[in-house]
Design a protein around this ligand. Structure first.
Ligand SMILES: Nc1ncnc2c1ncn2[C@@H]1O[C@H](COP(=O)(O)OP(=O)(O)OP(=O)(O)O)[C@@H](O)[C@H]1O
Ligand SMILES: [Mg+2]
Length: 484
């Protein structure tokens, strides 16, 4: 059945009756899940508060503490783990209580295995939704919790970067992180914040390339009520939200020139003036910027202010492309395999030495992000517990070392020729992106059977970006009637 497509869930079974635990365990393990068992309410609470479970079956009557009490305490602690209350007596009161306290469902003994399977599938969708909501919240707030991902690598280049991160962390000097796309610029910014005395304060990201120019100023500096049409409420702005912490200005090379002047003033005075406001407000933020563009070139071309560049580049950190620090490929290959094996593979998976050799010989034009995504993809597709070079056949044809990415190159060339021949064609760039991205998105979605969360994870983009692209390219999602 579909089970081999779905990843396994971690499930707690709490019941004082051995036979019930036995039946549940057999059913859940047969469906490919990992099961922990306890026989009283207190142990159930302990387990739930120390481990991450995707679902808990709680007997209503247990020694120590009833299933309903466990559920109540769990919710009070802020946990949203789905809970199924099991009971031998069907009383309306208990059913009502269970649902009121936030149970996923209420299961009457004796139950069928089909019921158990149906419940776990429901818990899985609930989990996925909860994760989606959390992700959206994080995106909306722009505030992330850095420090969860580690910078990994053993090249001299990376060691130098680690040292520099350590040196600058404690002092509030502006750092400019440069490097090709996917080299780890954002991760370095996180690392600096995480190692700084501001680590407990907010880390706020603004991506200058992702926000329309006309909104960027109020995004950064906030606005007063009524400052412009549609400004119904006043807004704090990212600078003030980052107060006491770090403001990460990503893709700073894409910031429009008039806004660069305003940013420069803020850096000089340490004060922001909200759009439509008069009074400057003092802000205490640390500024880290990043870009994949060559800012010296941009200065020469008149697209970037030289005085701003000097202010931002007090300490530069340049991350070399992955192909120039190949020693890191092995370490990263092993790191990502361990990191994602549990979530993406059907079984704990290792990576073979021969595979690491193979990966090391690739050029990785998309740098660490591309390597990370390749490993995720291999983990999902592989049916054994060791990743072999064959599992990475998909990178083999399109991008061997020393060769141009031939297939992509072909597409691009033909598109360029086409649109040169076509007198009305204007937006070549968009056209190309669509030509390249549309088949990719369709293939990944077909692979994840329409699951957009997994598709976004495999592509290394966030869920919103994926959704926008699906609408834009009019791709219909398999297994669904429309694009959601
Ligand atoms: N040294 C590293 N160790 C572990 N993971 C890394 C490392 N470098 C990059 N990554 C991972 O690679 C991915 C891309 O990194 P990141 O987003 O920091 O790159 P970036 O340089 O900001 O890219 P872009 O220019 O496209 O925004 C992330 O998932 C990140 O966690
Ligand atoms: Mg980035």
């Amino acid at each position: 059945m579909r089970a081999e497509q779905q990843s396994s869930m971690s499930i707690l079974v709490a019941d004082d009756e051995d036979s019930i635990r036995f039946v549940l365990r057999e059913a859940l393990v047969a469906d490919g899940h990992r099961v922990s068992e306890v026989s009283d309410g207190e142990s159930a609470l302990d387990s739930l508060s120390s481990d991450q479970f995707d679902l808990a079956f709680l007997d209503i009557r247990m020694p120590g503490c009833s299933g309903l009490e466990v559920l109540e305490k769990l919710r009070a602690s802020g946990s949203d783990t789905p809970v199924v209350i099991i009971t031998a007596q069907n009383t309306m009161d208990n059913a009502v209580e269970a649902m009121k306290r936030g149970a996923l469902d209420y299961l009457l003994k004796p139950f069928s295995l089909a019921q158990v399977t149906a419940l776990t599938e429901r818990a899985r969708s609930t989990r996925a939704l909860q994760e989606e909501v959390r992700e959206l919240r994080r995106e909306v707030s722009g505030v992330t919790t850095p420090g969860t991902e580690r910078l990994v690598g053993r090249s001299t280049a990376l060691l130098e970067i680690f040292k520099r991160v350590g040196k600058v962390a404690a002092r509030n000097v502006p750092v400019l992180v440069t490097g090709e796309s996917g080299t780890g610029k954002e991760l370095v910014a996180h690392a600096i914040h995480g190692a700084s005395p501001r680590s407990e304060a907010p880390f706020v990201t603004v991506n200058a390339a992702a926000i329309p120019n006309e909104l960027l100023e109020s995004e950064l500096f906030g606005h007063e009520r009524g400052a412009f049409t549609g400004a119904i409420f006043s807004r704090l702005g990212r600078f003030r939200e980052a107060s006491g912490g770090t403001l990460f200005l990503d893709e700073i090379g894409d910031m429009p020139i008039d806004l660069q002047a305003k940013l420069l003033r803020v850096l000089q005075n340490g004060e922001v003036v909200p759009v439509g406001g008069r009074d400057p407000v003092y802000v205490d933020v640390r500024i880290i910027t990043a870009t994949h563009r060559d800012l010296d070139e941009a200065v020469k071309a008149g697209r970037f202010r030289e005085d701003l560049l000097y202010r931002l580049r007090v300490v530069p950190i340049d991350i070399p492309p992955l192909r120039d620090r190949r020693e890191d490929i092995r370490t990263l290959g092993e790191h990502f395999t361990h990191r994602y094996s549990g979530d993406l593979a059907e079984q704990p998976t290792e990576i073979a030495e021969a595979t690491l050799d193979f990966l090391e010989n690739h050029n990785w034009p998309g740098n660490v992000r591309e390597l990370e995504n390749a490993i995720k993809r291999a983990l999902v597709l592989s049916s054994t517990n060791v990743l072999s070079p064959e599992d990475f056949a998909f990178i083999g044809d399109s991008n061997p070392v020393g060769d141009e990415p031939a297939a992509l190159d072909g597409i691009i060339r033909s598109r360029v020729e086409e649109s040169l021949l076509e007198p009305g064609a204007q937006d070549l760039h968009r056209d190309l992106i669509e030509a390249v991205e549309k088949p990719l998105l369709s293939a990944v979605l077909a692979h994840t059977a329409g699951n957009q969360i997994r598709a976004a994870a495999l592509l290394g983009i966030n869920r919103n970006t994926l959704r926008k692209k699906l609408l834009e390219f009019e791709i219909s999602v398999p297994g669904r009637g429309r694009n959601e």
